[in-house]
Write a protein that binds this ligand. Structure first.
Ligand code: ATP
Ligand code: TZE
Ligand code: MG
Length: 271
């Protein structure tokens, strides 16, 4: 598992996958820059009249619930169905699901129409997608009793998708295997969109392989390791603004060697 994720860095930079993202207006620019930094090519378009044509050109599709409205949801359904028909991987970021009934109902609706190869969210969002008691506050995660690894494994079985639960420890599961990534830095929670950007990275890696488990690990671990590296460069008079810029620097410098040196990845077989 470790080796196949490591090999994806070069593949992304060689192939420059086009990652079509229907995403939120808060973090759209950061997601485009994160995609470029890892070697992908972003396109962020959301008109229901255009998305079917755009997704046909794409290597991966990312659907992000951050600022959904009825028009964006219409575009997501069209793009998602088109991608499914063409075997283009679809990745969901269920931002804020659990906070309001609109988000929770609409994500269920979309799940019934579109197949997602990977779903990445924080623990509250993933729990809410399984019908659990909601602890999502706005777009941030609350405290849960269940570990991210257990949650990811259960959600993978229930939702029939590879699940990434991000947090202090990130977990990736296909329901049979669960991997834990013990990288990260608290500063990642003080800059908006680090979760959205990690989903964009997962999209880029999914555009160059059909090993979506390895793509999910590569994407989320790139964000967590880049957070550590960016934090380690901060001087006394620097804060979250500089951190945000250094984060993109670290993503743009990430490669197989750095990743192999920094990643704290453990794999276990669930149940
Ligand atoms: N307590 C923590 N300590 C260290 N790293 C963390 C912590 N919580 C989250 N992270 C890291 O922050 C990144 C984003 O994950 P997070 O769970 O905060 O996403 P999110 O809630 O969807 O964020 P957003 O909605 O702002 O985009 C991941 O790389 C994750 O590992
Ligand atoms: C702050 C915020 N609100 C809606 S989307 C978003 C970006 C982080 O998910
Ligand atoms: Mg999020």
């Amino acid at each position: 598992m470790k080796i196949s994720s490591a090999d994806l860095f070069m593949k992304v930079r060689e192939r420059k996958p086009l990652v079509h993202q229907i995403t939120n207006f808060v973090t759209v620019n950061d997601c485009a820059n994160a995609t470029l930094a890892i070697g992908g090519s972003p396109v962020m378009t959301s008109s229901p009249r255009e998305v079917a044509d755009m997704v046909k050109l794409a290597n991966a599709l990312v659907l992000n619930f951050g600022t959904i409205d009825d028009k964006a949801l219409e575009a997501m359904e069209i793009a998602g169905k088109t991608a499914n028909a063409l075997d283009i991987p679809v990745i969901l970021d269920p931002v804020g699901v659990g906070a309001t009934s609109y988000r929770t109902e609409q994500v269920k609706e979309l799940l019934s129409k579109v197949t997602f190869q990977i779903i990445r969210g924080n623990a509250s969002e993933i729990l809410s997608m399984m019908g659990g008691d909601t602890v999502t506050r706005g777009v941030d995660s609350g405290e849960l009793a269940i570990s991210n690894a257990e949650l990811a494994a259960q959600a993978a079985n229930e939702l029939n998708s590879i699940i990434v639960v991000s947090g202090a420890k990130d977990a990736v599961s296909d329901g049979k295997h669960t991997s834990i990534i013990d990288n990260g830095n608290l500063l990642l929670t003080n800059v908006t969109g680090t979760g959205c950007m990690s989903t964009a990275l997962i999209g880029a890696f999914s555009g160059v392989t059909d090993d979506f488990y390895s793509a999910a690990i590569a994407g989320i671990s790139t964000m967590s390791i880049s957070g550590e590296l960016a934090a380690s460069t901060l001087q006394k008079d620097e804060g979250t603004g500089t951190f945000r810029v250094r984060l993109i620097d670290a993503i743009s410098r990430m490669d197989k060697e750095i990743w192999m040196h920094e990643v704290k990845l453990s794999e276990k077989v669930a149940n």
